[in-house]
Ligand binder design. Structure first.
Ligand code: ZN
Length: 92
């Protein structure tokens, strides 16, 4: 059986993390695969999931998170995750 439920934030957060790591403010942050997935996982753990069971609901959540105040909230979680991973990277 195909998976019929999906956390929309698993789609949104990796994109936002990539955008943020490519922005001028974060050029000194390690952007290797390990640090990137650690930042994504930490962020996903810090925000409540948004599970949906249909494409219509997925669209609704996407529109919700496209609003500036929601982006600002998610970006705050991402910035905290970047600071944690930067202090304790999973490699030398
Ligand atoms: Zn790294």
């Amino acid at each position: 059986m195909a998976k019929e439920y999906f956390n929309v934030l698993e789609e949104i957060i990796p994109t936002l993390v990539t955008v943020m790591l490519n922005s001028p403010d974060y050029q000194t942050v390690c952007r290797c695969q390990k640090c990137t997935v650690d930042i994504i996982a930490l962020t996903l753990n810090s925000v409540p999931p948004r599970y949906v069971t249909s494409n219509e609901k997925r669209e609704i959540i996407f529109r919700l998170y496209n609003q500036n105040f929601m982006r600002t909230t998610l970006n705050k979680h991402i910035i905290s995750a970047i600071h944690v991973v930067r202090k304790n990277p999973n490699h030398d």
